[in-house]
Design a protein around this ligand. Structure first.
Ligand SMILES: Cc1cc2nc3c(=O)[nH]c(=O)nc-3n(C[C@H](O)[C@H](O)[C@H](O)COP(=O)(O)OP(=O)(O)OC[C@H]3O[C@@H](n4cnc5c(N)ncnc54)[C@H](O)[C@@H]3O)c2cc1C
Length: 1088
């Protein structure tokens, strides 16, 4: 029979508990009975019951209640103070006897429910100071709008439990509530004293609800062991014929090796065994535990006394060992509630000392010389846990992937060898009940010979975990000073002092490794929980915890990365070998650029893993080879194609993709020069791209930045790059198949739609476009502009304007709305003029750049199939949780491209920047990326590495501009001598060189930090380079234009386009001011 045990209603008990408010009334000099009278005044329509039914807010309740109390008592009553008492932690605390009873009831497979008269707090949450996980059903009066003793709320609770009244037992401390339950046919217990109530419940249920042995519970079903066979074995072992039942309980810790309490014939023992089922290699070795505990006991380390090892699996199914049961205290909560600060400090000191004792054991003398390998413990451990993790991996966890790369590169250079416990933490220690003395250290499963610092770091993990963390309660956000608990650093220093060693500098490595190892262990537990082998009920949660732990591990890796970076010797010759790179060696002659300074021979390579590579010569051989291949391709195909591409851009066909670009794309793909942009960190398995680090790509990207056409040829142009990275990082497999694949193949293009004309979009939280849920779809409405994309839609407009006005669905969806009704065929106001009318003086002449700068491709491009759309799903959510991102097909009905925008009169064909309306655009729910409210987070992630690609390319623009400038000033004569001999020009050249070098170093540093410490930690450097690079390029290009004379402004050279682009990037990637503000904010925060 399934029964319901309804925990007594917390609210009724607390509010009507006479002693509570009577005492309060005395303390506050309020006439006795005032509170009770005020509570019942008004009956059903009184403030108290209205509050309980969730009909009035806390503030309204307090106001009304204050008035009533004052009327009743003729004095001012501090009801706020009373309310604080009512909701205080002390009053709200659940009785331990009840908690214990609930555990026992649930362990028997019965259901539990809480039926509470409660209310909403000011934060909108209902007040229920219980762990909701204890109950199968939670029914709250303020949520349901009905209070006990109204029958409806009891019936609701029973309905949710799926029970008849007679199948339930109801506990409450209020007579009227009990009466109502009884009248419905429920069995009832009136709670006057919790202890007595539990006894009564035990009688009704027919089993015990108390655990006599602390931290034990009835044996879990999946962990049962054959009792008869065990009993026979024990009787033989103990040599006892005494009759009496074998008592068997299971300790609720022992995630890995199940541990049991045994009582037989007056003997109290502990049995520890391997878990059942197929196990990972070398795990759960109880034989080793037995051996080390035996050896350590002789060496004076406090461990439980081991009695017997049984390796015969026939007895209980697996090998096991027996030890003496030691009574004492186990502190499960590291904040040590209920103790004095001095006691807490003493407990942590005792813990520290016992660890030192373990590490000081002469393992050779203790007979443990062969207990583990000697040396290279951490490298071996790193490999072991990588292997274990891989063996139990169920999905890709980005932080684990990063750590798997990072840890082997940052191993400690020196290590000491001692016995290590491997799982040393507070709740594996048994303390004396009266003294701060460690009586026993448990759980030696992971012990071996190894680096003792790994134990120290491991025992500090709780400091970084939240108090509610399921497997190991933590101390994060606790006021350690007030508690008297040493910080992790103090604890570590205490250890070093006891051991007489200097503090190690790579402490963060050990912390990262500790969290990584636990993440790998949890993954194993999780995997086993999927196959039903894990021994703890919390095993299933471990899947989620793996991710959490790996993120924490990565935080320490980041810290360590910074430490290493700061300590990099300034004297190391990590120099770029050619500071005065002139530009492409074999660049075909461009009008006005007659000579090029040849490159000096590169110096020998200086490659160092994880180091800041500041010149292409420092790249690793395969990347260097890729760089050379790219350079050759630029020389052989890209620069020679520029005149034709310029001609195309100035022609009437400019809004259609250039066949030459398409041809070059195929060539680049064939040469493996494709999708070079995807950073290794996003694509660790190189599934989608070349797997370059950000620093490596920086060198290649700069090279691509030498020509305006190059990025698209290598499928490395924005905004596709950012969108592809977004899909790799956050897309589902279906989203990837639909959108990522064609983008990676270069068959489709995409755009990113965030900016809106009506709001200041430099602040992304301002955006107003709405995303609404309707009939299983999302419906979008919004007005966007500056949505960068490609040309061909525009060309469709130009070539088939009238067809666009026809009512065909697709044409209608993607038509340009030009103010006038397109359907009438009146194109007089159409904003898509012929090239001639746009640039009347230039006509279709060859060699003109003016039609655009082509670095962005997207919305106007007929190949633009995808719009990554940012809108608001919930304008009432916290500021950064209002936005969501949708993947919108460009042919969805309701998308109207109003007009292409121009930058300094350049229309950026074939890319273009569109102003677009989204009217009632419907997309399926699967179009959402990550989930509602994650838009801001995605936008930040999207702008990760992509954020500095523009900067990398700007260095390329600047180098090219400077190269052109130098060639020009050497070949042109004014006032009787070459321009180069004019002092001002020399100064300009020098200034440009210096500025380029400065900016490049900062770009490379930002990229390097993104590689070694992650995008988040590199935020300052990313913001700095975004501040620096566009302005630097703007000045360098401006000087080049000045040196060129009027020709510099023409379309004959790339300078005008470079210049326009550098200027545009002072907005397009976020305005300068925003980056400046970010830098200043971080500067003030971090460096004072
Ligand atoms: C060529 C080009 C391509 C673009 N491509 C895209 C695209 O593909 N998709 C897309 O969604 N958007 C795109 N944009 C738009 C670009 O992202 C926005 O222009 C930019 O975010 C600024 O927004 P805004 O124009 O609304 O300026 P506003 O937000 O109105 O800001 C105007 C000015 O206010 C000042 N200001 C703003 N914030 C601060 C601050 N914190 N402190 C001090 N002063 C401040 C600055 O001077 C700033 O320039 C593109 C823009 C250009 C020029």
């Amino acid at each position: 029979m399934t029964r319901c045990y309804s925990e007594y209603a917390i609210m009724s008990r607390r509010v009507t508990a006479r002693p509570g408010h009577t005492k309060w009334e005395v303390q506050n000099h309020i006439p006795a009975g005032t509170i009770l009278k005020a509570l019942i005044t008004g009956g059903e329509n009184g403030p108290w019951l209205k509050f309980m039914r969730g009909e009035i807010t806390k503030e309204d309740f307090l106001q009304e209640f204050r008035r009533l109390c004052s009327e009743i008592s003729n004095t001012s009553v501090p009801v706020d103070n009373f309310f604080s008492l009512l909701t205080s932690e002390q009053v709200a605390k659940q009785f331990p006897v009840m908690t214990e009873a609930i555990i026992q009831i649930r362990a028997k497979g019965l259901q539990t429910a809480v039926l509470s008269n409660n209310f909403y707090l000011s934060n909108g949450k209902s007040f229920l100071p219980l762990d909701r996980k204890q109950f199968d059903v939670v029914v709250e009066s303020c949520v349901e709008g009905v209070c006990k003793p109204d029958h409806r709320i009891y019936k609701l609770c029973l309905e949710r439990l799926g029970l008849q009244p007679s199948e339930s037992i109801f506990l409450d401390d209020l007579g009227q509530n009990i009466k109502a339950a009884a009248s419905l046919g429920m069995r009832t217990i009136k709670v006057n004293d919790p202890e007595a109530a539990v006894k009564e419940l035990e009688t009704l249920l027919g089993f015990t609800l108390r655990t006599v042995i602390p931290n034990t519970r009835p044996v879990r079903k999946t962990m049962e062991i054959p009792k008869d066979s065990l009993e026979k074995y024990l009787r033989d072992f103990l040599g006892t014929q005494t009759t009496g039942p074998l008592e068997l309980l299971q300790f609720d810790h022992g995630q890995s090796n199940p541990t049991y309490y045994i009582k037989l014939a007056g003997h109290q023992l502990v049995l520890r065994k391997k878990p059942p089922g197929t196990l990972l290699p070398s795990a759960h070795a109880v034989e080793r535990e037995y051996r080390i505990m035996k050896a350590l006991a002789s060496a004076g380390v406090p461990v439980p006394k081991v009695l017997d090892l049984c390796e015969d699996s026939r007895v209980i199914g697996t090998p096991f060992y027996l030890m003496e049961y030691c009574p004492g205290l186990i502190y499960k909560d590291p904040s040590l509630p209920g103790l004095e600060p001095s006691q807490r400090r003493a407990i942590y000191a005792a813990m520290n000392r016992v660890l030192c004792k373990i590490h000081s054991v002469d393992f050779k003398a203790a007979g443990l010389e062969d207990y583990g390998k000697h040396g290279d413990y951490i490298p071996r451990q790193v490999q072991t846990w990588i292997k274990q993790y891989r063996a139990s991996e169920t999905s890709t966890i980005p932080a684990m992937e990063r750590l798997i790369e990072w840890l082997p590169l940052h191993l400690p250079r020196q290590e000491k060898i001692t016995v290590v416990h491997g799982d040393f933490r507070l709740d594996n220690l048994l303390f004396h009940p009266e003294k701060t003395e460690v009586l026993a250290v448990f759980d030696w499963e992971l012990s071996t010979l190894g680096d003792p610092l790994s134990d120290v770091a491991y025992s500090c993990m709780a400091h970084y975990l939240p108090p509610s963390f399921p497997i190991l309660r933590g101390l994060r956000d606790c006021d350690l000073t007030q508690l008297g608990i040493p910080t992790a650093e103090e604890y570590f220093r205490m250890y070093c002092l006891h051991m007489g060693i200097p503090p190690t500098e790579n402490w963060n490595f050990y912390m990262a490794f500790s969290f990584f190892r636990v993440a790998a262990i949890l993954q194993g537990v999780y995997r086993r929980s999927l196959t039903g082998q894990a021994s703890s009920a919390t095993a299933e949660q471990s899947g989620k915890m793996t991710e959490f732990m790996s993120d924490l591990a990565w935080e320490f890796a980041v810290k360590e990365g910074f430490r290493i970076f700061k300590e990099m010797p300034a004297t190391k010759p990590l120099t770029r070998s050619y500071h005065t790179w002139a530009g492409p060696r074999s660049l075909p002659s461009t009008p006005g650029a007659r000579s090029y300074i040849s490159l000096p021979e590169p110096s020998s390579a200086h490659a160092s893993k994880g180091a800041l590579v500041i010149s292409p010569e420092g790249l690793s051989p395969p990347v260097r080879e890729l760089y050379e291949r790219l350079k050759q391709f630029m020389d052989r195909y890209v620069y020679p194609a520029e005149p034709e591409l310029r001609r195309h851009q100035a022609s009437a066909e400019r809004w259609t993709p250039s066949p030459l670009v398409e041809d070059l794309k195929e060539k680049a793909k064939a040469k493996g020069l494709w999708n070079l942009f995807l950073p290794l960190e996003t694509d660790p398995e190189r599934k989608y791209g070349a797997g370059l680090t950000n620093v490596e790509y920086a060198h290649l990207c700069e090279l691509m930045g030498m020509s305006l056409y190059a990025p698209e040829i290598f499928n490395c142009s924005a905004p596709d790059t950012g969108n592809m990275e977004l899909l790799v990082r956050y897309g589902t497999e279906e989203q990837k198949a639909r959108w990522l694949t064609p983008l990676l193949e270069g068959k489709a293009r995409s755009c990113f739609a965030m900016t809106e004309p009506q709001v200041a979009s430099s602040d992304a939280t301002n955006i107003e476009s709405s995303i609404r849920e309707e009939d299983g779809f999302y419906v979008i409405n919004g007005h966007k502009w500056w949505i960068s994309a490609g040309q061909q839609l525009h060309s469709q407009l130009m070539q088939k304007r009238f067809r666009l006005c026809a009512p065909s669905q697709r044409q209608e969806n993607r038509r340009f709305c030009v103010g006038q009704d397109d359907r009438t065929g009146d194109s007089s106001r159409n904003l898509s003029p012929t090239p001639r009318s746009l640039h009347p003086t230039l006509g279709e002449a060859e060699g003109h750049f003016l039609s655009g700068f082509s670095l962005l491709r997207g919305i106007l491009d007929p190949r633009c199939q995808l719009c990554v759309f940012m809108g608001k799903t919930d304008p009432h959510a916290p500021r950064h949780r209002q936005q969501s991102v949708l993947l919108v097909p460009m042919d969805a009905p309701g998308i109207k491209v109003i007009r292409p925008l121009t930058v300094y009169g350049l229309d950026d064909a074939p890319g273009g920047h569109g102003e677009v309306l989204f009217e009632q655009v419907r997309v399926p729910k699967e179009s959402m990326v990550l989930g509602p409210g994650r838009g801001f987070e995605i936008a930040q992630g999207r702008l990760g590495p992509g954020r500095i690609h523009h900067c990398m390319r700007l260095i390329g623009h600047s180098e090219r501009a400077l190269a052109l400038m130098k060639a020009r000033v050497k070949s042109r004569v004014a006032f009787g001598k070459p321009l180069v001999e004019q002092g001002t020009l020399l100064a300009d050249i020098a200034q440009s060189r210096v500025e380029i070098e400065q900016a490049r170093l900062l770009v490379l540093k930002a990229a390097h930090l993104m590689d070694v410490v992650g995008n988040k930690a590199a935020a300052l450097d990313i913001a700095m380079i975004k501040m620096v690079a566009p302005s630097m390029a703007y000045r360098v290009i401006d000087r080049a234009i000045q040196a060129f004379g009027a020709a510099g402004l023409s379309g004959d050279y790339p300078l005008a386009q470079f210049f326009a682009w550098a200027r545009a990037l002072r907005f397009a990637d976020g305005p300068d001011e925003v980056h400046r503000a970010a830098v200043a904010k971080m500067e003030l925060k971090n460096r004072i």
